[in-house]
Design a protein around this ligand. Sequence first.
Ligand code: PGA
Length: 255
Amino acid sequence: MNKSLRKAVIAGNWKMNNTPSQTTALINEMKPLLAGADCEVVLCVPFIDIAAAVEAAKGSNIKIGAENVHFKASGAYTGEISAEMLKEAGVEYVVVGHSERRQYFGETDQTVNLRSLAAINAGLKPIICVGETLEQRELGYTETLLKYQTKMALTNVTADQLKDVVIAYEPVWAIGTGVTATADQADEGNRYCREAIAEVYGADVAETVTIQYGGSMNAKNADELVAKENVDGGLIGGASLKAEDFSVIVKAASK
Ligand code: PGA
């Protein structure tokens, strides 16, 4: 194991929060706090906030991401946004398959795979979310489920393209609940994802893939979580809406 082969990525997931003017204000507040970070810093924002976010982040180390992407290039898909549109708007990352999209918007392992491929082919970096529900964990399916979701999401993704892919292990029971996985549970979940990649692409390739932990990561627990062997940063919901808290997490991942 060699963690130094991998880039730590701290990505905020704003979900359905902040208007364009609030976006500008929050990024302006964050910029000085995040300057000099020794990890990749990303803010994934609502589509309507992308233009304001890209403008506000100019000249800083903050990369802008979207929270979803459609899998078709163009056409009669009312209300959807294509990868090419995001790319031209200045987006670099995109969250794919978040559990809220799987749960409330009918996202499946197939569409997660298609969205990931669309993102990669347009030059975007997908942050692909996988994670078990509490029921699946209690039934003992965590490893099976995480390996299945990871492999399904990466179908037809080449080993070379994996350099632009981030996996986020997000136990569904820890998202937005204030219940965080223990550092050992996070490390174990991330290890299952890495093993799934190793089973398809080989151990050497798996060692290079960034795998985040997500689920109530905050300013208090970030240190312990990101110190784990398999945890290469985090996908942060609630705590990414506060400049000070988010900057503490970024500093933890910069050590
Ligand atoms: P949370 O969200 O940090 O608010 O739990 C994480 C996520 O959904 O990515």
